[in-house]
Design a protein around this ligand. Sequence first.
Ligand code: SF4
Length: 215
Amino acid sequence: MVTIGKVSFWWDNETECYDLEVLDPSATVADYEKTVGGILATPEARKKYSEHCVACSICCGGRLPLTVVDIYRLKFGGLGMALPLNGWVAAYGVVQRQDGCVDVTLRLDERETCALWNRNDGLCSVYEKRPLICRTYICAPLSWRASELRGQIVNSGEDELVRMLGLPDGNGGKEKPQPFSGVLDYGGVLLRDVCSVKLWHSLTKRDGAMDLLGG
Ligand code: SF4
């Protein structure tokens, strides 16, 4: 088990998936990121990776949604620093609309791999500043609540990005205050504000075993 500050994360042998628990209601997305980073640095996680990893780079492809904080982090880290938000998205992202929803993702190259992946050395070219979706990717099964938390954080941060870009998404909710409104980093976003009631209840229960599969 890895506990860094307010979030614990561990491999559950019984259910064979990673699971997590929020120990303090003041936990932020930054706390979550730190703890996931902590477990990825353990020999145990590396062993799980090495058993399955075939260096396919699939984890650097597919849908790579962005939050507004991801873009700040990349911009302040030097990628497209001088570009305004919409110019940054035009340069490094893709905007797609489906069923009235807007999706803002990282751009892929002609081989459907992230355009920020360096084909020469097989490494991420923005590793220190990579988005949350990359930092929290674990190449192993996740419990329901671990998977939902990651998804709900990204959805919330993407909603704010869509609002700031002035893109109508048909849900009529863009004028409502959102957890990511006005924040510059993940330390300013409380986990409880991005979670559904059901998810928050599950994450903060001492024994969430019943919720592992979303029951
Ligand atoms: S930003 Fe880096 S870690 Fe994330 S998908 Fe692109 S190359 Fe991979």
